[in-house]
Design a protein around this ligand. Sequence first.
Ligand SMILES: [Zn+2]
Length: 222
Amino acid sequence: MFGLLLFVRCTTVGFHSEAKRSAIDFGSFAEIKICTILETGVSEEETNKLFDYWNEELNLYSIKVVPIPYRKMERPGFTGGAIFSYLYTLDLEPPCDRILYLKGRTLGDLVYEFFTLGIFLGVGLKLEIHGAVDSKTHSRGYIKSKYISTLQILFTSPESTLVHEGYHLLGCGHQLFMEECYIQIQKVKTLAREKETEPGFFPSITPEGKKFKNREAINSEE
Ligand SMILES: [Zn+2]
């Protein structure tokens, strides 16, 4: 069973180095198919905008993410943990390389945000989680795709959250400097071209180096 703690906790943002990134050969162009779940209230237009932003970043690595409409649904539970429990019940089937859940914003969220914002201002602690990726396979994740509070926008946005979680979906962990992540992306792209990788599947690597060369390996991971 998957518990609450089995997703990557996103707290830090790594520093990029243009010089180090451009020194790495990311090989040929790769496409990653992201099966996307739209929570009620999240539109296709918003989804496409988020993907456009994400693709601008991924262009630096010769990668393109393509949103594949997967389903539209009500939130399976209030917490991020409930979304994760749900995501783990979904098998990765062709054409999905990854599954991404776009969380909307409900009246309950508004109340919750109001209180966490109060705590944030009061003690400098931010309780809200804006997104996460499963730490076992780095293949499923969610982001909060809607924000309203201007104070929140100062610190984060759906676009920056997606880019951040997107690096996790490429096998990166948290690091102060992103160089390690560039190498990780190079590795997963190399793995994608290897013969033993399932044809048409963009594989996954965890920061610990565990490789998932086919969907079956991801689906049987418990
Ligand atoms: Zn993170």
